[in-house]
Design a protein around this ligand. Sequence first.
Ligand SMILES: C[S@@+](CC[C@H](N)C(=O)[O-])C[C@H]1O[C@@H](n2cnc3c(N)ncnc32)[C@H](O)[C@@H]1O
Length: 272
Amino acid sequence: MAEPPLPPDTAYHGDPRHYDRSRALPPAVRAAIVAALAAALPPTGWVLDVGAGSGRFALPLAAQGYRVLALDASAEMLRHLQAKRPPGQTVPFPLLADAQAMPLAGEACAAALSVHTLHLVPDLPRAVANLRRVLPPHGLMALGYIAHHPRDPVGWVLQAWREALARHGYDLDRPMWRDMPAVEAALARAFGTPRTVVAARWQQPIAASQALQAVAQRMFTPYWGLPDPKHQAIVAELTAAARRVFPDLATPQPDRRRFVWRFYRRPLTAAR
Ligand SMILES: C[S@@+](CC[C@H](N)C(=O)[O-])C[C@H]1O[C@@H](n2cnc3c(N)ncnc32)[C@H](O)[C@@H]1O
């Protein structure tokens, strides 16, 4: 099995402003995502955002009056989150920490959320055990993610990338490359079956060439971690395959997306 070296850590050390530009959501979509979460949150107590990043969800939650603990392993992202706080607004409490070793007492939080982070964490079962520990019985753990339509540019590229890695002999069950079903399976083992809410559906025009460029530039975490020559070879394979699937690589076409919340509850019984 080909084994790429792991980067020293999985925290985001790029420019947070670039992160914000490349991950921006339409305002109405972000509002719908936050509203769906808020409908499930308890009215009081700390809400822990694991991998809060630059505050895509922690900031609007704090603006609604929730007491938010923004846990992240990146000091740069947490600094940026704080700098973005509108004047006078309650700021999420920044917590520079690793999701695998949360410096929090048992049952310290009323609820937790995590968006696009748990697939990164090296020891996923340990992070999940931490999440379970810091929540009270019946406490909410919300896993959120964007699901891309598999026939549209971003979803197609994501799937083709994974298939290419497997073809080249890489083990996909590792930090950054594990997919949402793997994260969901780990959470289901600790928390049981979730309730699913599709909070938003939207489209964004994007050309297949742009989706391929995002891979080439390693813009998103699934594209980190591969040595450069191998990365370039796989990008070339994907580009050739995309030419067969998308007749015109350069013309933007609608890319269909959904934002999915999986709402887990900490069981009332003791951990096994
Ligand atoms: C893709 S970003 C998601 C940020 C935010 N949840 C959002 O949706 O915009 C992943 C975040 O997880 C953080 N992260 C990565 N590994 C982590 C770890 N082991 N413990 C805590 N945070 C981690 C990164 O620093 C980054 O800010």
